[in-house]
Ligand binder design. Structure first.
Ligand code: AHM
Ligand code: MG
Length: 349
């Protein structure tokens, strides 16, 4: 006779993100209902942005192209960047869960207006990452990172936003790609991915308990910058390109130029993503608070590693809201190998 007993994986079929967040909470791995509430607010903003990203080409006048202003990094601000930032801010500021926010698009911390209740969490975000891909239909994403505030009371402060990444209590990203995927983790939980079902408007569990392969066969880096790389960096990439069956080389090269997409592929398939320091950008390009830390938190939870070439990303103490750091992130054996090559640079300094 056939066995119709339900396995754990059967039980997870059709599990919505909202139900999953609630389960995580009742499993006592997530301390309070308040964090669940905050994650649910992020989910709402993600659904709105996903819808706008998917139909942006049909409202090109309104949603594509430049706003005519520049952001804090001196980059031209895109209409969809601004739309996403405003959507997140307006939904989250009235949620009652946050004391302050920080965004790639805002020079300074974003206070919670006095008309709304303030809460015990603080949030850092890159509301729409991969700006250069917005107008060309290539995958882009949102990244978020959540901490408990360290200030005791009143309005949240910059200090609340400058905590080392190992203090994160939750982090995640939303990939607006061939499908919209929401990946998140919490301090006590594993890494889980959900795919948006466009018919029901629900995120359904599609990638439970993500574990990154110990080693991959793909590297991801902007090779256009290779002339300004350090000697160790150049040697490492040459090593990855050399043929050796035993170690699966040469590695394949893949670079979307949207961090969320490049990271998502690396998380699922293994390998390494790098945005190194180079002569033009000694601190690399990516920002510690709302790009590197959340992905480092996720990758470590999935069994991977993230460092700046020599130091664990999650141990860096931020000094400014928009500070940048070199990044090596992915399968543990690949990140360790990169570290070995980069150690040579340190010796020669
Ligand atoms: P953005 O936040 O302005 O979109 O910049 C970050 C993006 C990342 O998504 C991506 O990994 C990187 O910039 C690509 O940079 P480059 O074009 O220098 O390769
Ligand atoms: Mg960004």
């Amino acid at each position: 006779m056939e066995d119709f007993a339900m396995s754990n994986s059967d039980r997870q079929i059709g599990l919505t993100l909202t139900q999953h967040i609630r389960f995580e909470q009742t499993n006592h791995r997530m301390a309070t209902g308040k964090l669940s509430g905050l994650l649910n607010e992020i989910l709402v903003a993600a659904k709105i942005i996903s819808q706008e990203v998917n139909t942006a080409g049909l409202k090109a006048e309104l949603l594509l192209g430049m706003t005519g202003t520049v952001n804090v990094h001196g980059e031209d601000r895109q209409k969809l960047d601004e739309y996403s930032n405003n959507t997140f801010i307006h939904i989250l500021e009235r949620s009652g869960y946050l004391a302050v926010m920080g965004s790639e698009e805002n020079d300074s911390p974003i206070p919670i207006p006095e008309t709304y209740k303030s809460g015990k969490y603080v949030l850092l975000m890159d509301p729409l990452d991969g700006s250069s891909n917005i107008d060309v239909g290539v995958s882009i994403g949102t990244i978020f990172s959540i901490y408990e505030r360290v200030s005791q009371s009143g309005a949240g402060t910059l200090k609340d936003l400058l905590q080392p990444g190992h203090r994160q209590i939750a982090a995640g990203y939303i990939l607006y790609g061939s499908s919209t995927i929401f990946v998140y983790t919490t301090r006590g939980g594993d890494v889980h991915g959900f795919t948006l079902d466009p018919h029901t408007g629900e995120f359904l569990l599609s990638h439970p308990n993500i574990v990154i392969p110990k080693k991959g066969t793909i590297y991801s880096i902007n090779e256009g910058n290779s002339n300004s790389w350090s000697r160790g960096q150049r040697k490492y990439i040459n090593y990855l390109k050399a043929s050796d069956q035993n170690t699966g080389r040469p590695y394949k090269s893949r670079y979307v130029g949207s961090f969320v997409s490049d990271f998502h592929r690396t998380l699922l398939k293994g390998g390494i993503f790098m945005y190194p320091s180079d002569q033009k950008s000694p601190n690399g390009k990516l920002r510690l608070g709302y790009e590197c830390n959340p992905m480092a938190f996720i990758v470590e939870k999935a069994g991977g590693k993230a460092n700046n070439g020599s130091r664990r990303i999650l141990d860096i103490i931020p000094t400014t809201l928009h500070e940048r750091t070199p990044l090596y992130i992915g399968s543990p054996e690949d990140v360790e190998m990169a570290e070995k090559y980069l150690a040579e640079d340190a010796k020669n300094r």
